[in-house]
Design a protein around this ligand. Structure first.
Ligand code: UDP
Length: 360
């Protein structure tokens, strides 16, 4: 087979440094995509805000002020950019260096890179990592995909369906490096886990309440993005045995997560995917999740976890009482079958090939 090796420029999220946790799941997604494609012989450079850390590929750091995360501006029908914007500076770098690459891969959930698509000589693939949050972004997704079919990918069907032109978006799924996660057949003692950015849309208070009612310890992993919200949760559930573990590296996270009986995922928004779910599965940890967005396509109710009506703490508690039904090995096997880096890398490669070939 005449296989091409591509040179790819990855542009990270402009909301914070890669490795800081501010970007949420997209940070792991970008790095896993790089790993998957490097393993297939492609060459990658990552462009990310100053202060970024990554071991997976060559990194170029760009100075400038970060973007305000889109999930804090839901419904605002306006594009906002700070003075000396890191997003602007990253795309100026991309413009200057584009001819060294076959394709640019954008991970920003922002209007600007979509708008810039027709102004670049090289094709741009866009990874839209959250559901539709504002009319201005939704409209730019439509305009881009109408002019450049296949240029935009999302994780799941549920995420695509939130956009006006959802049927035109590529559904690309995800992959993780399963070998990085150790399978734990049986945790030493019962406990619950919660993983994610501590921010209102992630609904941590419901997990805290479930922990308080069941008396099970709750281990919380993730960056505190909203300090007032975090304080309020601690005040509201004084009897809950909460262990805040901090924002950990993938290796440290999987080590502790594997010792938990279940991961609670309690999002109050349409969760586009939920990386934490497949990371838990890789450790053998079942997922009890609100029936929200992409999580409904990931969790197999009664097999690898339970799907519960959004906002129902009673539903969470009932699911916790049924955890003995779940075989932890089935969780691991689902990740191996559906979310391996190899399978995802093949899919990404085919997508890029189509975009590169179709580009004038
Ligand atoms: N995460 C991490 N260390 C922690 C807690 C979380 O690296 O201590 C990462 C986790 O691996 C996952 C991300 O944070 O990739 C959370 O992503 P998810 O898709 O679950 O939610 P998002 O933050 O994107 O809404």
């Amino acid at each position: 087979m005449n296989k091409k090796n591509y040179r790819l420029l990855f542009l990270s999220t402009p909301v914070g440094a890669l490795g800081s946790g501010i970007g949420g799941g997209v940070e792991l997604t970008l790095q896993n995509a790089a790993k998957a494609l490097i393993a297939k012989g492609h060459e990658i450079e990552i462009v990310a805000p100053e202060g970024s850390i990554t071991k997976v590929a060559k990194l170029t750091q760009i100075a400038g002020n970060v973007q305000i995360p889109a999930q804090t501006k839901v419904g605002i029908d306006m594009v906002m950019m700070p003075q000396d914007s890191v997003l602007e500076n990253m795309w100026s770098y991309a413009r200057e260096s584009q001819h060294q690459f076959d394709l640019l891969f954008n991970f920003a959930y922002d209007w600007l890179p979509l708008y810039l698509t027709p102004f670049f000589d090289r094709p741009i693939a866009h990874w839209i990592s959250m559901a539709s949050l504002s009319p201005v972004m939704d409209a730019m997704v439509s305009k881009t995909v109408q002019r450049f079919p296949k240029a935009i990918a999302v994780n799941t069907r549920a995420c695509a369906d939130t956009f006006s032109d959802g049927e035109r978006l590529m559904i690309m799924g995800k992959g993780i490096d399963v070998a990085q996660y150790k399978f734990v057949a049986q945790p030493q003692k019962p406990s619950l886990a919660w993983v994610g950015r501590i921010s209102p849309e992630k609904g941590l208070e419901d997990a805290a309440e479930a922990a308080q009612v069941t008396g099970l310890p709750l281990h919380i992993f993730g960056l505190i993005q909203d300090h007032d919200y975090w304080q309020q949760i601690q005040i509201s559930f004084p009897q809950a045995e909460i262990h805040y573990e901090g924002f950990l590296s993938t290796d440290a996270l999987q080590h502790k997560l594997g010792q938990c009986s279940a991961l609670l995922m309690t999002p109050r928004w349409v969760e586009a995917f939920g990386n934490a779910a497949i990371e838990a599965f890789a450790c053998g940890v079942p997922v009890i999740s609100y029936s929200s967005g992409g999580l409904t396509e990931i969790v197999r109710h009664g097999k690898t976890g339970f799907l519960v009506e959004m906002g129902s703490v009673a539903g969470l508690i009932n699911a916790i009482s049924q955890l003995a039904q779940i075989d932890r090995l089935t969780c691991r096997q689902q990740v191996e079958a559906e979310y391996s880096l190899e399978v995802w890398g093949d899919r990404l490669e085919r997508w890029f090939e189509e975009l590169i070939t179709a580009h004038p």
